[in-house]
Design a protein around this ligand. Structure first.
Ligand SMILES: Cc1cc2nc3c(=O)[nH]c(=O)nc-3n(C[C@H](O)[C@H](O)[C@H](O)COP(=O)(O)OP(=O)(O)OC[C@H]3O[C@@H](n4cnc5c(N)ncnc54)[C@H](O)[C@@H]3O)c2cc1C
Ligand code: FES
Ligand code: FES
Length: 1335
């Protein structure tokens, strides 16, 4: 931090060490300070906006009033470092480390297999650790609650929750499939063993160290002294552009506020922080009254509770909870409504940071609390130098009427929330894309007061959030209803009037207009029911109850702690105990992940003279670049250079991928230039100042439909065909034609794209450290951009914080861009994409349109299918052609259709270029297959399962492209899935439930899967390894595969251990590099272990062959002795290993081939419950049966299956990319793109690895990295099943378009009812919607 005069010293502690910062800058956040100033890189950056939890740390403060120490989890990215005066910060490094002592939290997370890529792990550790500091024996609920603000994209959360459960005081009984027994129980386990020779034990909890709270570091006594110092004085921290002032008395605060009325009060910084970061707000002065005693109090009186404005939402929660326990129910309706929303508002970190005062004053339009506070007649106590006053927290305040607002010199001292009364009902209602940690799509606070003893409305209040720029009050409607009885007529009028009063314009920001309109009245209806039920409870004689079938509409889905069992084949008891193959070995870096010692690219220390890179991207869809004016950017402090296409010494366009836009831009988000500066903040500021002028060019193609219209494709059509499709259509009983749209998906790897390029002085060498799945591709692109031989470019990949396909091709383009900057400036370049840029620039899964014509008999037998697929490839070729080929080749999924034609074509559009994503087209295409199977079932009056069974491959068969395969494992997975999930019985139970419940419906679905690994191009399947044996007997293994969390290196160590017959501890695997293994293929297509395993095996076998004569001479010798002897006999102890690859091919001309080495089969059954009124759904249970053949590492494989399933479930349900009609991606952060959290995963989650044989792959294993993704569609189809039940009951047709994702919007709008019928509809030709579908 630069030195500035007149600044106080900032004193705080980090991990027990005192930090004295003489130049504290108010613009610097704790995350930056930890990582870049203190070099504590365990805490990770992933979103920068408080939305992911990767940066979670614990902040502890001493309260001199209560003499207590409070520990809070916070997201360091939103904590201004200046706010930490007097605080003790604990980071993952302070919790435990390998060098000192690993903390039980870290140990259990690692050993329970709760880490994969490890990027989220430090945040997870900190969330659980902080919980344990406050509650050493937490409840199960507290564990789930503590993790709600932490995203993980790899594991599917189950093992993370499980690691936390081991700390719980209460029993962690899993309730083994409803038996009330536990899988952790020895007897139960052996029961399972005896029956199926299966294991369920993925780790040994007996190894866990006990938690000993007395071992935790003490709070620094110096901070206690500082807090108790009676002579505390105002502090001022002067930064480069801003000043931070921290008053210590209320009068000082009021003085400051009078002097600087425009300065924000920084409390939790969860509203101001994001506004500065994402909306370019600037404040020269910040006032921070954090810790001012007058703002922190709770005052319980006879008629209500007054809560200090400085209390965090977590403290508010505790205070209300206490009141609810102590007061009679009738007085606590407002508190209970608030508590309900406080449970799901953001995650634990934000709830601990955000304050009540900050929440009330910032008045977010999506506020979950303000509508309830207003409905509950809360008032705000204000104070200024001029005196104090109260204002009502009412509609005028929330709608920001100037006369109802705070004066700029006023502050909120507290908020008073009165008790509710006997004939008074208060409720909070909300619906969000995800149950927890998601802004509401619509929320509401409602209250009604009746004339005593009657249901005549005396007062009514309705406030809605997320329906406009502010929370709005339906005051006119409420006024009109005064005096009315609480009956159906009133409801009907209320719905009509509220829709007239609250108008969401058709082009409103946020979209989902008709859905939001529907929610306005659906939530009102819920309130209506709740009140009627409440009245009935008060006087059953006078007020009739609501129908029994409506009861379940009253409650939101409960949040439960997930549980489950994982089953896998036990290893052969005769296998050598030293041989780790087949054992659930922990990820080789798991402990390092959990301690934060695993080094990711941006964790590498700064390099002398390094510069940071920021991007300026295109704001136009398709336009000519007229000029680029960088003069203003270049003039800014710290800026070294602006780099454009003109600076590329080699080719700026390679394989159709453009590095820097040249002459034209072809999508919004294309990189036009980069700015290199001494800090990222400087680079970013400058990048915003680059002025680019454009001239729009036609056409601008965004959607597949537009691409078809313009005949805009990347390649010719790919086709496979069998039988005689046209002829077969003539003889079928029925023909259906339809379409299915599947939208795209964002990878959302937790580590954004990260590249460190170091230009060398000599020979134009470049060294790159980055996260990629394809280092040789990076090498190729950099060589081409710089016009130097590849041999001078070294790419190193230690590990990657998640890839999922998003780091196959994209890092090469970004590396080329960075290398050009390094080449031009001569300086090392650090290029870390911010989350928003990453989402915008790198795109994701291809949106897909499937069109089908299906001919079938009335008994459900499908005779003919003609299917066309189109994918939205975006603006450059990337891998769209090969994704199309995969789609076409895999388009039969598990079904034999004798007359079958499938065609596919990638569309060229003006969106950022879509790329590889786990499953590579299959998860999109197979949904279309399941959709038409479901449609056939509906037309034949059969269940989808019957039609699936009828048409499923049954015996050894040939695919459409004439590859022979044996579907026996498919049949087994399918059968076991149906049986073990008790599908039929549960289906009946769901039907019963549906009969009894009108507004909630349950649905079940089973999907079968035939998937593939590898590539139809033989040379892609080759791999090499390099194994060195050193003279102390230690072994270094290198291979061409990249570790991105999938446990590849762990499995490679298992392979080497078996082949060399030495313990794993002898073997080290350091990194992947183009220096050790050249020309390696990508780590993708589920074949990482297959091909690299064979290469490692080959190398080890070569070495063992060399050692054999020595071993024979001294069979009882030790490994070290043999190695020493070999060296003395001049036997080489190093070799490469090679695997030529599977000899796959596909002849598209002949439509014939052997494109895949083998198939992976599976089946999954899911059960959901949907709320027809809101569109929310709850995943009750999932059973997965996956053909793993022989699993080399069941923990890793189950982790892949569960992680992929949850990622798939997200894709098919809640993950929704929003594009404007001009192709601008709106969803660029975890705030507006929702991946699953711990609350979305199945309440019961059972995974079984089914044993089969696979002689093709190493140790008869199978590649399982991607297969689980499609199984997530069982949730989609279970939702359809539930929606179908609702539609049937409402007398609607049961054939409706099955699109993906089945979002709450889709569910609600498909469950058509009187409310959806009531909303105003707009003529689509009269407005431009905020967002469109691009599939
Ligand atoms: C990741 C994330 C998720 C979120 N999810 C939700 C959600 O699901 N639902 C929801 O309702 N909200 C959500 N929020 C919003 C959150 O509730 C608010 O940002 C928060 O309550 C603001 O409080 P704060 O203390 O952080 O305010 P700050 O950012 O510190 O201040 C906000 C504003 O209030 C003013 N202010 C603060 N205190 C006072 C005072 N005592 N007197 C006068 N002015 C004052 C400041 O001057 C400033 O203008 C989320 C926020 C984040 C970052
Ligand atoms: S990086 Fe801080 S919450 Fe995501
Ligand atoms: S392990 Fe959680 S994000 Fe990778």
């Amino acid at each position: 931090m630069a030195s500035v005069p007149n600044s106080d010293e900032l004193i705080f502690f980090v991990n027990g060490r005192k930090v004295i910062e003489k130049n504290a800058d108010p613009e610097v956040n704790l995350l930056y300070y930890l990582r870049k100033v203190l070099y504590l890189t365990g805490t990770k950056y992933s979103c920068g906006g408080g939305g992911c939890g990767a940066c979670t740390v614990m902040v502890s403060r001493y309260n001199p009033k209560t003499k207590k120490i409070h520990h809070s989890p916070v997201t360091a990215c939103l904590v201004p470092v200046c706010s930490l005066y007097g605080a003790a910060v604990t980071t993952v490094e302070g919790v435990g480390s390998i060098g000192t002592r690993i903390h039980p939290v870290q140990e259990r997370l690692a050993k329970c297999h709760g880490t994969q890529c490890g990027f989220c792990s430090p945040g997870m550790v900190m969330s659980i650790y902080t919980l344990l500091r406050n509650h050493p024996q937490p409840t199960l609920e507290q564990i789930t609650k503590a993790l709600g603000g932490n995203l993980c994209r790899c594991t599917g959360y189950r093992p993370i929750v499980e690691s936390g459960k081991h700390f719980c005081a209460e029993s962690t009984v899993c309730g083994l499939k409803g038996s009330g027994k536990c899988c952790m129980d020895q007897e139960e386990r052996s029961f399972v063993n005896r029956q199926e020779q299966m294991c369920t034990k993925l780790y040994n909890e007996d190894e866990f160290q006990p938690l000993d709270p007395s071992q935790e570091p003490i709070f620094p006594p110096e901070l206690i002294r500082m807090a108790e110092d009676p002579n505390k004085r105002r502090l001022t921290f002067q930064g480069e552009r801003t000043t931070w002032i921290a008053p210590v008395t209320l009068s000082d605060l009021l003085e400051l506020k009078a002097n600087f009325p425009e300065a924000p009060l920084i409390m939790g910084n969860t509203a101001v922080g994001p506004s500065i970061k994402f909306r370019d707000e600037f404040h020269p002065i910040f006032i921070s009254p954090l810790g001012l005693p007058e703002l922190y109090f709770v005052d319980y009186t006879d008629d209500g509770v007054t809560i200090g404005a400085g209390c965090s939402l977590a403290q508010l929660n505790d205070a209300l909870h206490l009141t609810v326990l102590e007061q009679p129910q009738e007085k606590t309706k407002t508190y209970r409504a608030l508590l309900k929303h406080l449970r799901t508002l953001a995650g634990a970190q934000i709830r601990n940071m955000a304050t009540l005062g900050g929440h009330v004053v910032s008045r977010p339009n999506f506020s979950d609390l303000n509508p309830i506070l207003a409905a509950g007649n809360a008032t705000i106590n204000l104070i200024s130098k001029e005196g104090d006053r109260q204002i009502p927290l009412n509609g005028h305040f929330l709608e920001r009427s100037p006369e109802a607002c705070l004066k700029s010199e006023e502050i909120v001292l507290s908020v008073y929330i009165p008790h509710s009364t006997q004939w008074h009902f208060v409720s909070g209602l909300r619906l969000a894309q995800r149950q927890e940690n998601a802004f509401a799509i619509v929320n509401a606070g409602m209250s009604v007061k009746f004339e005593d003893g009657t249901d005549t409305i005396k007062d009514l209040k309705m406030f809605y959030g997320s329906v406009g720029p502010t929370v709005v009050s339906a005051s006119q409607t409420c006024k009109q209803l005064i005096g009315r009885l609480w009956d159906d007529h009133m409801l009907s009028d209320a719905c009509r009037w509220v829709l007239e009063e609250i108008h969401i314009p058709p082009a409103a920001e946020g979209g989902m207009v008709e859905y939001r309109r529907t929610l306005i009245i659906s939530l009102l209806f819920k309130f209506y029911l709740k009140v009627r039920r409440g009245l009935n409870k008060m006087d059953p004689q006078k007020f009739s109850d609501i129908p029994e079938r409506f009861m379940s509409a009253l409650e939101d889905f409960p949040i439960k702690t997930p549980q489950g069992i994982q089953m896998f084949q036990c290893v052969d008891p005769y296998q050598s105990p030293q041989d780790p193959v087949g054992h659930p070995v922990m990820h080789q870096s798991a402990i390092k992940h959990a301690t934060g010692e695993a080094v990711f690219s941006d964790d590498m220390p700064p390099i002398a003279q390094e510069l940071f890179l920021a991007v300026t991207t295109s704001t136009r869809t398709h336009a000519k670049i007229i000029s680029i004016d960088a003069s203003e950017a270049l003039a800014l402090p710290g800026v070294v250079d602006v780099i454009t296409a003109e600076d590329v010494p080699g080719d700026n366009n390679h394989r159709g991928e453009v590095f820097y836009a040249q002459n034209e831009v072809i999508c919004v988000g294309q990189i036009v230039c980069t700015v290199a500066a001494d800090t990222y903040a400087h680079a970013r500021e400058a990048a915003k100042k680059v002025k680019i002028t454009y001239e729009d060019v036609e056409p601008r193609i965004i959607t597949i439909e537009q691409a078809l219209k313009h005949n805009s494709f990347f390649s010719i059509e790919k086709k496979v065909e069998q039988g005689n499709v046209e002829e077969a259509f003539k003889y079928v009983d029925q023909i259906i034609e339809g379409e299915a749209h599947v939208e795209g998906q964002e990878h959302f790897y937790m580590e954004t794209q990260t590249i460190l390029v170091i230009p060398k002085q000599e020979d134009r060498e470049m060294v790159l450290y980055l996260g990629t799945q394809f280092p040789s591709h990076v090498q190729e692109f950099v060589a081409v951009a710089l016009n130097i031989p590849r041999s001078r470019i070294a790419c190193h990949v230690k590990r990657t914080g998640g890839g999922f396909g998003g780091k196959v091709t994209k890092p090469a383009v970004l590396a080329a861009i960075s290398a050009v900057a390094a080449n031009k400036t001569g300086c090392p370049i650090r290029f870390i994409l911010e989350r928003g840029d990453d989402m915008l620039i790198t795109a994701g899964r291809h949106p897909l349109l499937g069109k089908y014509k299906i001919g079938f008999m009335n008994n459900g037998v499908i005779k003919a299918a003609d299917v066309e697929y189109y994918i939205n490839g975006g603006c450059t070729p990337d891998e769209s052609e090969s994704v199309t080929e995969f789609i076409v080749l895999k388009s039969d999924n598990a079904y034999y259709i004798p007359n079958f034609r499938c065609r596919g074509r990638p569309c060229k559009t003006n969106l950022p270029s879509n790329t590889a994503f786990r499953g590579y087209g299959f998860p999109q295409a197979a949904v279309v297959v399941e959709a038409y199977i479901t449609a056939v079932a509906s037309h034949c009056n059969l269940s989808p399962e019957e039609v699936k069974e009828i048409n499923m491959y049954k015996t050894i068969n040939e695919t459409t492209y004439k590859q022979t395969f044996n579907p026996e494992p498919l049949r087994r997975c399918w059968k076991e899935c149906l049986e073990k999930s008790s599908f039929s019985a549960r289906k009946l139970a769901a039907e019963e439930f549906n009969k009894k419940n009108y507004w909630k419906k349950r649905g079940l679905a089973v999907v079968p899967m035939k998937f593939t690994v590898g590539f139809p191009v033989a040379y892609y399947n080759q791999a090499a390894a390099l194994v060195h044996i050193y003279l102390d007997g230690s072994v270094l293994v290198a291979h061409g595969g990249c570790e991105m969390g999938q446990g590849l290196h762990t499995k490679m160590i298992q392979v080497a251990s078996r082949e060399l017959n030495i313990p794993r501890s002898y073997i080290h695997l350091s990194e992947t590099s183009t220096v050790t293994v050249p020309n390696a293929s990508f780590t993708a297509a589920s074949m990482g272990t297959d091909i690299n395993g064979k290469a490692v095996q080959n190398a080890c076998q070569i070495l063992m062959a060399r050692l054999q004569p020595i071993i024979r001479k001294n069979p009882k010798g030790r490994w070290e002795e043999w190695v020493a002897e070999a060296f003395e006999e001049s036997i080489s102890l190093s070799t490469t290993g090679y695997f030529k690859g599977y000899q796959t091919y596909m002849d598209w001309e002949k439509e014939k081939g052997d494109p895949y080495p083998y198939y992976v089969y599976g089946a999954s059954c899911s059960e959901v419950e949907v709320d027809c009124l809101t569109g929310a759904h709850k995943l009750l249970r999932t059973d997965i049966f996956m053909d793993a053949a022989f699993s080399i590492n069941p923990a890793v494989d189950i982790g892949q299956i569960e992680g992929a399933f949850v990622q798939g479930m997200g894709f098919y349900t809640i993950e929704e990319l929003k594009y404007s009609p001009e192709g601008v991606l709106h969803s660029r952060s975890p705030d507006d793109y929702k991946i699953p959290t711990v609350t979305e995963i199945p309440e019961e989650f059972y995974v079984t690895l089914v044993h089969s044989r696979n002689p093709t792959a190493i140790y008869s294993s199978k590649g399982l990295g991607e297969a689980g993704m499609f199984l997530g569609s069982s949730v989609l189809f279970a939702i359809f099943d539930a929606v179908t039940a609702a539609r049937k009951e409402r007398g609607l047709t049961t054939t409706f378009t099955l699109n993906s994702p089945a979002t709450p919007e889709f569910i609600r709008m498909t469950c058509v009812d009187q409310f959806t019928d009531m909303i105003p509809r707009d003529d689509p030709s009269t407005f431009t919607p905020w967002s469109i579908h691009v599939s």
